[in-house]
Design a protein around this ligand. Structure first.
Ligand code: SF4
Length: 82
């Protein structure tokens, strides 16, 4: 696995997919954000993952800023860790 972030076009596609997933989830559940406990759990999983970059709080797999992504219902880990 590469230590680099995805290309900019790939990051854009990943961001679009995440936004769509969040919108679909909201349409179904009417819930935008997850609980603080689930945010903490997701953060702890990311912080123990070799695809996490602490300096920027970004996932090297999708390129997303995890400080934001972990908060949204419907967002998912690209490697299915959460
Ligand atoms: S979102 Fe998944 S792949 Fe990315 S840092 Fe978190 S656990 Fe790792």
């Amino acid at each position: 696995m590469s230590n680099d972030f995805p290309s900019i076009p790939e990051q854009a596609r990943n961001l679009s997919k995440t936004a769509l997933d969040i919108a679909k989830s909201f349409a179904k559940t009417r819930r935008l954000l997850v609980s603080d406990d689930l945010i903490d759990l997701r953060n702890s999983i990311c912080e123990s993952c070799d695809r996490y970059e602490f300096e920027s709080s970004r996932c090297k797999e999708c390129g997303c800023f995890m400080v934001n992504k972990v908060r949204f219902n419907g967002a998912t880990c690209p490697l299915n860790h959460w």
